[in-house]
Design a protein around this ligand. Structure first.
Ligand SMILES: [Zn+2]
Length: 66
């Protein structure tokens, strides 16, 4: 599914198809099937991006049944 992120590097907002979204049991952090790709900077880790308000809503929806 597509999640809206803000890149901490270039401050740009972008939609990225991260595939399946889950929550890591150990870290309680989001777990994505595909890498997060910023159109400007390339592959980013979860620490290098922020979830926008839209992204947070999308995450909540994605992890609702998990
Ligand atoms: Zn970037």
């Amino acid at each position: 599914m597509e999640i809206n992120f803000e890149c901490k590097g270039c401050k740009r907002e972008f939609d990225c198809d991260v595939g399946q979204v889950g929550i890591n049991d150990k870290t309680m952090r989001p777990d994505f099937e595909k890498p997060i790709i910023c159109p400007q900077c390339g592959e980013r880790t979860m620490d290098e991006v922020l979830l926008t308000e839209l992204g947070q809503g999308q995450m909540t929806e994605a992890t609702w049944d998990a």
